[in-house]
Ligand binder design. Structure first.
Ligand code: PMP
Length: 398
């Protein structure tokens, strides 16, 4: 029956994690997968989330089905988290938020919806982007193209080239944009660059699709929502998939959402209905535990305050690790420019290391990065950063 099917080579990132797990060297360091680890190398369980769990159980913990679009309280909280509680788009009823199975679920529901309702639109993603973007959109039957993004020469952004490409796209093209903490490069648009991008999106009638998977890991919870708010202020119709995997350390609970900001309440009503139908055909409805956790952490003032501080702690640790690695590398290779570690944002940095250099780091030093040279900064700690810098310096010096 299935002898003819193509073998699946496996996901490249999970393959690196498996190789790391199988490595018996005690000094090994995992800087591959996009997971935030604390200073002790553990996956944090946030006290705000633990307390929310206690309250959910105390309230009885019944597990009915949720509606297709998810839990109402969760959806309302997410809308406010993204746009800011006072945004007129919320009061006008021209936004739709559905709770989804991780932001991956949101991205996928959005992709299926777009294939149905804008069937001739292709999507443009940044070069490079998170690999799964291509897989997901292609899986929905949407053609995936790339716009210029990362500048290998400077470790920065090819903003002019990006704009020039976007200026050539047909109307109703979908433009996937990382709202903050770009994966895999760590290179973000500044607020001024978002403001320069907006007229192009408007003039060309493009449909921005924001991916906000790392809110709070860049400059702050509100600061990292700058793009969402700027697009909403500009009156543009856009999509935004957001995640609580990293910001609440809830990876396996699959907490995320998809928000569509429309131009009128009537349009939003139509979008809401068809998003619900898209969910019905995919997985019927999202998980209730995820919804209750997000709704409580965001909606109860004491838990919200705890969470805000916990996110700040994670963000500040990442920033401290960026500085520590930068300083340790500059001390070892004084002639080289490592400032990109300080300017890039979030968990990831593109190191510029070649696949061969990444292989040497793994084989000779038990330091694991992705073959593209992407490093997950959140895998660094005071205990291992010196060793990682030493290993990188030896690979770069040859
Ligand atoms: N978008 C980006 C850019 C990501 O890095 C990730 C996770 N690695 C996701 C979306 C999906 O996250 P989740 O499904 O866990 O919310």
């Amino acid at each position: 029956m299935f002898e003819h099917i193509q073998p699946y080579a496996g996901d490249p990132i999970f393959a690196v994690v498996n190789a790391f797990m199988a490595d018996a060297r005690p000094q090994k360091v995992n800087l591959s997968i996009g997971i935030y680890f604390d200073e002790e190398g553990r996956l944090p369980v946030l006290p705000s989330v633990q307390e929310a769990e206690k309250r959910i159980l105390a309230a009885g913990g019944a597990k009915p089905y949720l509606p297709m679009e998810g839990d109402a309280a969760c959806r309302a909280e997410v809308g406010q988290l993204l746009l800011g509680a006072a945004h007129p788009a919320l009061a006008d009823g021209r936004t739709v938020t559905i709770q989804t199975v991780g932001s991956s679920g949101g991205l996928k529901v959005g992709a299926d919806f777009l294939k149905t309702w804008l069937p001739d639109s292709a999507v443009w993603v940044s070069d490079p982007t998170w690999d799964n973007h291509r897989s997901m959109f292609e899986g929905s039957g949407i053609t995936v193209n790339r716009y210029p993004y990362y500048d290998a020469a400077t470790g920065g952004l090819r903003f002019d080239d990006m704009l020039a490409t976007l200026r050539t796209l047909p109307a109703r093209s979908i433009v996937l944009l990382h709202a903050c903490c770009h994966n895999p490069t760590g290179v973000d648009l500044t607020p001024a660059q978002w403001q320069a991008l907006i007229p192009v999106l408007k003039e060309r009638e493009l449909l921005p699709y924001l991916d906000l998977a790392y809110q709070g890991f860049g400059d702050g919870i509100d600061e990292d929502a700058y793009a969402v708010r700027a697009l909403a202020d500009a009156g543009i119709t856009f999509f935004c998939a957001n995640s609580f995997s990293k910001s609440m350390s809830l990876y396996g609970e699959r907490c995320g959402a998809l928000t569509v900001v429309c131009t009128s309440a009537a349009e939003a009503g139509l979008v809401r209905g068809q998003l619900a139908y898209t969910v019905r055909r995919l997985y019927s409805s999202p998980g209730i535990h995820a919804a209750k956790l997000v709704a409580r952490v965001l909606g109860e003032a004491d838990l919200r305050a705890m969470w805000t501080a916990e996110v700040a702690e994670m963000r500040e640790r990442i920033a401290a690790m960026r500085r520590a690695l930068h300083d340790a590398l500059v001390a070892r290779l004084p002639g080289r420019d490592f400032s990109y570690f300080l300017t890039q944002r979030g968990m990831f940095s593109y190191t510029g290391l070649s696949a061969a250099q990444v292989a040497r780091l793994r084989d000779e030093h038990a330091v694991y990065l992705i073959a593209s040279g992407r490093m997950c900064i959140a895998g660094l700690s005071q205990a291992n950063v010196g060793r990682v810098a030493e290993a990188m310096a030896s690979v770069l010096a040859d």
